[in-house]
Design a protein around this ligand. Structure first.
Ligand code: NDP
Length: 400
C-alpha cells in the first residue's frame, strides 16, 4: 500500500499511470505531475479510478521539494526527460523519497549521456536511507533484467551479448519518430559504440549493419549498430562479457528521410539565428513532426526486443535468445498508447512495484541487472510483456 508520484505526462507517463492504476493493491494513491497539467488531466480522465494531478517544473528543485512535501509520496517515478534526472534525484534526497527513472541523465545541449552523474549519488542515497532505481524501461530496463536472467539460469558465463531492438510497426506517416524526436534523432545520428575486450570501439553512424530474422512472423530486417546506455552498466556489472553490442532496426524509408534532414542541418542541436531569434533546428523539427502520442491510434504491427547471448553452460558453448513481442494495436486498445511507450511504461510500473513490495528495496543507486531478475520476469508475464527464451543452434546473422 503506497503512494506514488509520477512526473511527466508524455507517451510513457500515460502508460505508467494506466498500469499503476491497474494495480491498486500496490499503488493505493497516484499523483501525476508534469509541466503542463492539462496533459495530466487528459490522462486522468482515461482511468477507471481517480488520481490527483499537479503542475511542476522538474528543472526546479525547490518547486519539486515543495510538491513532494505536500503530497508525501513513497516513490517518485521520473518519466519526464533525461535532463531532469538530477534535479528530481536532488529533490528526492531533500524530501526523503525513493526514486526511479527510465533513462540516464543527459546535460541539456551536450548530446552526452552516461551513468557517471547518477552513480555519483550512491553515497547520498545510502546516507538518506533511500533507493534510486535507474533505467527501468525496456532498453535500458528489461534488457538488463534479461541479461541477469540469462546469467542466473541459462549461461554460467556470458561471452557475447547482442541486444536487438526491432520496431516492425507502421504509423502510415512518411516520417515520424516513435518517441521524443529530440532524443530519438540524436540517438540515431550519433556514432555507434560497442564493448569489446575491456574497451569501447567506435563506429560511424549506422555503418554496421546485419540482417536478423525476427520471430512470430516479423521476418528478416536490417539492424544497425548503435550505442545504447545499458551497455555501460551491463559491461560494468558483468565484466566477463567480451563483446556487447546494441542493434536497432530502421526501414530504408526512415533512413532516407533522416539522411536528407541531416544533410540540410535540421537535426543539429547548435542554435541558429533566424530572423533575430535563436532556434535549435532539432527542436524546430520536433515542432513540425507528428507528436509521438498521436501515433498510437494509427500504428499497426509489432515490436520485438530481445537479448541474444552466447557463452558457456556446463563447460559447453551455448547461445540463447530471450525476447518479447508486443503488438501496437493491442497496446492502444489497453492504454491508449502504442508499443514503444507501452514497452517502457510497463517496466517502469513493475520496477516501482518491486521496490514498494520490498523485493528490490535497497538503499543506494542501482541498475536493473544488479537485482534479482526472477520476480521482475514473473511480473513481465503478468502485466503485459510476456517473454520467451529459446536455445539457438543455427547461425543468426549477427556473426561478424
Ligand atoms: P515525451 O516527450 O512524450 O514526454 C515527456 C514529458 O515530460 C512531457 O509530458 C513533458 O511535458 C514533461 N516534461 C519535460 N520537461 C519537463 C519539466 N522540466 N518539468 C516537468 N515536466 C517536464 O517523452 P516520452 O514519454 O516518450 O519519454 C519519457 C522518458 O522515457 C524519457 O526520459 C525517455 O528518454 C524515456 N524512454 C525510455 C525508454 C526505455 O526503454 N528505457 C524508451 C523510450 C523513452 P510537456 O508535455 O509540457 O512537454
Amino acid at each position: 500500500m503506497a503512494k506514488v508520484l509520477i512526473i511527466g505526462a508524455g507517451g510513457v507517463g500515460g502508460v505508467v499511470t494506466h498500469k499503476c492504476a491497474q494495480v491498486p493493491e500496490v499503488f493505493e494513491e497516484i499523483v501525476l505531475a508534469s509541466r503542463t497539467e492539462a496533459k495530466c488531466k487528459a490522462i486522468a480522465e482515461q482511468l477507471d479510478r481517480p488520481i490527483k494531478t499537479a503542475q511542476v517544473d522538474a528543472d526546479n528543485v525547490p518547486e519539486l521539494v515543495a510538491l513532494f512535501e505536500q503530497e508525501k509520496p513513497d516513490l517518485v517515478i521520473n518519466v519526464a526527460l533525461p535532463y531532469q534526472d538530477l534535479t528530481i534525484m536532488d529533490a528526492c534526497l531533500e524530501a526523503g523519497v525513493h526514486y526511479l527513472d527510465t533513462a540516464n541523465y543527459e546535460p541539456p545541449g551536450e548530446a552526452k549521456f552516461e551513468y557517471s552523474w547518477q552513480w555519483a549519488y550512491q553515497e547520498k542515497f545510502v546516507k538518506a536511507g533511500k533507493m534510486a532505481l535507474l533505467g527501468s524501461g525496456f532498453d535500458p530496463g528489461v534488457t538488463n533484467v534479461y541479461t541477469a536472467y540469462i546469467k542466473k539460469h541459462h549461461l554460467d558465463e556470458i561471452h557475447t551479448l547482442d541486444i536487438i531492438d526491432c520496431n516492425a510497426g507502421d504509423h502510415g506517416h512518411p516520417f515520424a519518430t516513435n518517441f521524443n524526436p529530440e532524443i530519438n534523432i540524436r540517438e540515431v545520428t550519433a556514432k555507434g559504440r560497442y564493448w569489446e575486450n575491456g574497451g569501447w570501439k567506435e563506429t560511424d553512424p549506422l555503418s554496421e549493419k546485419r540482417s536478423f530474422d525476427f520471430p512470430h512472423g516479423i521476418g528478416p530486417k536490417n539492424c544497425y549498430l548503435m550505442y545504447h546506455e545499458e551497455l555501460e552498466s551491463i559491461t560494468k556489472h558483468f565484466p566477463e562479457i567480451k563483446r556487447a553490442r546494441f542493434w536497432m532496426t530502421f526501414s530504408d524509408n526512415y533512413l532516407k528521410h533522416l539522411e536528407v534532414l541531416e544533410n540540410v542541418g535540421m537535426t543539429s542541436i547548435e542554435p541558429v539565428n533566424f530572423e533575430g531569434k535563436e532556434i535549435i533546428p532539432l527542436q524546430f523539427l520536433k515542432a513540425l513532426l507528428p507528436d509521438p502520442a498521436s501515433l498510437g491510434p494509427r500504428t499497426k504491427g509489432k515490436t520485438c526486443i530481445g537479448c541474444l547471448a552466447q557463452g558457456m553452460k556446463d563447460g559447453k558453448p551455448k547461445t540463447v535468445y530471450i525476447y518479447n513481442i508486443c503488438d501496437h494495436e493491442a497496446c492502444y486498445a489497453e492504454v491508449k498508447s502504442q508499443a514503444i511507450s507501452y514497452t517502457t511504461g510497463v517496466p517502469a510500473m513493475i520496477g516501482a512495484k518491486m521496490m514498494l513490495e520490498g523485493k528490490w528495496m535497497k538503499d543506494g543507486v542501482w541498475n536493473m541487472e544488479q537485482l534479482d531478475p526472477d520476480p521482475f520476469m514473473d511480473d513481465l508475464n503478468q502485466y503485459g510483456l510476456p517473454w520467451q527464451v529459446e536455445e539457438v543452434s543455427q547461425k543468426t546473422g549477427m556473426e561478424d
